[in-house]
Every structure is written in C-alpha cells, then in structure tokens.
Design a binder for this molecule. Structure first.
Ligand code: NAD
Length: 352
C-alpha cells in the first residue's frame, strides 16, 4: 500500500425510502426550530408540502433556486431568511436548491439539511459554485458542507428518465476522476468503484422503468458514493472542461457531463492505467472510455455537444480557455489533444 492522506468529512447521512419523515427529528437534533425550506420553482409544491409536514418548525419557503447559484437569487433568499428569522436551511431538490443553501450557509453560518432529489452529489461536498454577472467561480470550504443529508429514495421516483440518465452520468464523472486524482486514496477509490458499479447497473433499469424502487435505491446510493468522491479529492480535465463549456457557452450542466465523459477518459487512458482497469471493471466492460460511451448511448443521452447547443465555431475558443489556466491532470493538457477530444465530443463520435 502506498502512502496516502485521507480527510473524512463530518456529515450525517440518513438513507432509505420514506426518510423525509425524519426531517423534523433531525432539525431538533441540530437544535433548530425555525427552518427556511429552499427549492427550484419546479419543486415548489414539494417544498410547500415539506413546510406543512414541519409545522411550526418551518418559518418560510423560498422557491426561486436556479442553476449555477446566481448571487442575485442568493441576495433575495438572504432577505427572506432575515425577515423570517430562520435558524437553519433545508434544501429540497437537486444541485440548484442545495447550491443556494450552501451560498446562504456561507453568508450566515447557519446549519443545513440537504434532501437531494437528483444524482448530482453537491450535498456531499464542501464545494460551492456561484455566478456573478455571468462569471462562475468555485470555492472549497468546510463552511458550506451540509451537516445532514436525508436521502429519501421515494423523492427520486419523479425524476424523469432522461434527467436521471444525465444526472447519473454526472455522478459517475465524479468517481471516474477521483480514481485518477493526484490526491487519490484507497478509501475514496473503493467508494468510486462502488459508485460507478451501482449507477451503471441502475440507470438502464431506471430509463426503462422510472418507478423501479430497487434501481432508484441503487442509483441514489451511487450518487452519494460519487458525491463523496467529488468532495474528497481534486478533479481533472473532465470537470474543468465541463466548467468551461457551461460557463462560456451556457451548456446544460448534467448533459454536458454525460456527453464529454467518455472523451475525457479516452484522453487520459494511457496515463492512468490502474484507474482505467477499475472503471472498466465497474462498467463490466473491456474498455473504460468505450464502456462509458456505450452506457450513455444506451440511456438515450444526446450523443454530441452540438445537440446541446454548442456552436462549432466556439470549439477553438474552448480549447484556448482549457489550455489557458493550467491545472493538474494525469496527462498534460495540450491543445491538439484537447481539440481532438472536443471535436469527437462535438460530433458524438466514438471516443478515441
Ligand atoms: P437542478 O437542481 O437544477 O435540477 C434540474 C431540474 O430537475 C430542476 O428543474 C429541478 O427542479 C428538477 N428536479 C430535481 N429533482 C427532481 C425530481 N426528483 N423530480 C422531478 N424534477 C426534479 O440540477 P442538478 O443537475 O441536480 O444540479 C446542477 C447544479 O448543481 C449546477 O448548478 C451545478 O454546478 C451544481 N453542482 C454542484 C456541485 C458541488 O459540489 N458544488 C456538484 C454537482 C452539481
């Protein structure tokens, strides 16, 4: 065994079907009695139902959470929080609702309960991305890590099949890059392999039957495992490219991950052989990159970036941006290779 450093993050995880009913107990354990419930507009009904369930321990609901945590939305939510005199945050939803709770926690120090309904994994990380005047910046601080995560499998049953597929591939991307991270460690690598295995097994079943509770349970467990990987070790070229494409070309978060992942893995394949063996094994495939590509195709995920609205004329700019800010990656970042990666991803070709 090689030397390693592993820092476990202090988060309490409650997992199972019907666990939403435990929210009140968890608020009491935190010593809180004036919750602000947060959601996106699409999940407004579920947020108000949670308020009803919590009774007097919920003082307000804010349902305008948005993708990439715009600071102006956070400012409005902060106003609501102060007027209501909230003493804790309860985020119900995907990465957008959870991102808003993190942004509020950063500004107020209030504790958070995250109740995730997608597979994005933000609930398990000390990472916050925020957008100000169209520019997204990311920071890593323990101040934004939720104290409690309640994974209620029942809440994921309504996640539409395509969203489940792209969100699940987004989760797999965290585990894939954890396996070849510079600060990879054996604890996180175990979780990463488990997470990919669970999601690769569950997602095809969910796409053919979104109400399959066993598959939903497997996928949500995988999402926690993969989110924990993202929170524990550094990410590489795949996450950096997704960040660039999302920020500069306004591409949708989870579908961009789903399209790009096989190509980013192909780029790194020759420089991270052990990780490739583990990824392929988790996919029951003979190749990490092709296994991911086949999985994405079988789930009906859009094949290429062009289907997500990426302009072909923007590819050169994307390469320039990707090469401009240096960061660690198993294979050095070089323009010609990144151009080939993006070109293949743009056209939806098989990874090479
Ligand atoms: P999202 O939270 O925006 O959700 C996508 C849509 O699906 C929303 O309209 C939402 O209301 C709806 N939805 C969610 N769950 C549902 C359900 N069970 N049934 C029906 N509809 C449902 O998208 P996301 O992909 O979960 O999160 C993306 C955001 O999270 C991005 O801003 C991304 O940057 C951030 N993120 C952050 C981290 C981190 O560690 N900081 C990690 C992953 C993602």
């Amino acid at each position: 065994m090689e030397a390693f450093v592993y820092t476990a993050l202090p988060v309490r995880v409650i997992f199972g079907a019907g666990t939403l009913t435990r929210t009140g107990e968890e608020l009491a354990t935190l010593g809180c009695g004036r919750a602000l419930v947060l959601s996106t507009p699409e999940q407004e009904e579920a947020a108000h139902a949670l308020k009803e369930r919590l009774g007097s321990t919920c003082v307000a609901v804010f349902t305008q959470a948005a993708m990439h945590t715009p600071v102006e939305v956070t400012a409005r939510a902060l106003e609501r929080l102060k007027v209501a005199g909230a003493d804790c945050l309860v985020a119900l939803g995907g990465g957008s609702a959870i991102g808003l709770a993190k942004a509020l926690a950063l500004r107020t120090g209030l504790p958070q309960i995250a109740i995730p309904t997608t597979y994005a994994g933000s609930e398990a990380t000390p990472i916050l991305g925020q957008t100000d005047s169209g520019v997204k910046t990311t920071q890593r601080t323990p101040d934004v890590l939720p104290e409690v995560i309640i994974y209620d499998v029942d809440l994921t049953l309504t996640l539409p099949p395509l969203l489940s597929a792209t969100s699940g591939m987004n989760a797999i991307a965290h585990a894939v890059e954890a396996l070849y991270a510079r600060d990879a460690n054996p604890v996180i690598s175990l979780l990463a392999e488990q997470g990919i295995t669970a999601l690769a097994r569950a997602l095809p079943r969910i796409v053919s039957n979104p109400g399959d509770i066993d598959a939903r349970s497997d996928a949500l467990f995988g999402a926690w495992a993969c989110g924990t990987c993202l929170g524990a070790v550094g990410m590489s070229v795949h996450h950096k490219l997704c960040h660039t494409l999302g920020g500069s070309f306004d591409l949708p978060h989870a579908p961009t991950h789903a399209v790009l992942l096989p190509h980013a893995v192909a780029y790194n394949a020759g420089h991270a052989p052990d990780a490739m063996v583990r990824i392929a094994r988790a996919l029951s495939s003979d190749s990490a990159a092709h296994g991911l590509y086949r999985l994405a195709r079988s789930l009906g995920v859009p094949a290429g970036l062009k289907e997500l609205g990426m302009p072909e004329a923007g590819l050169d700019d994307a390469v320039r941006l990707a090469v401009a800010a240096p960061y660690w990656n198993p294979r050095p970042i070089e323009a010609a290779g990144i151009r080939r990666l993006l070109d293949n991803a743009f056209h939806g070709r098989s990874p090479a």
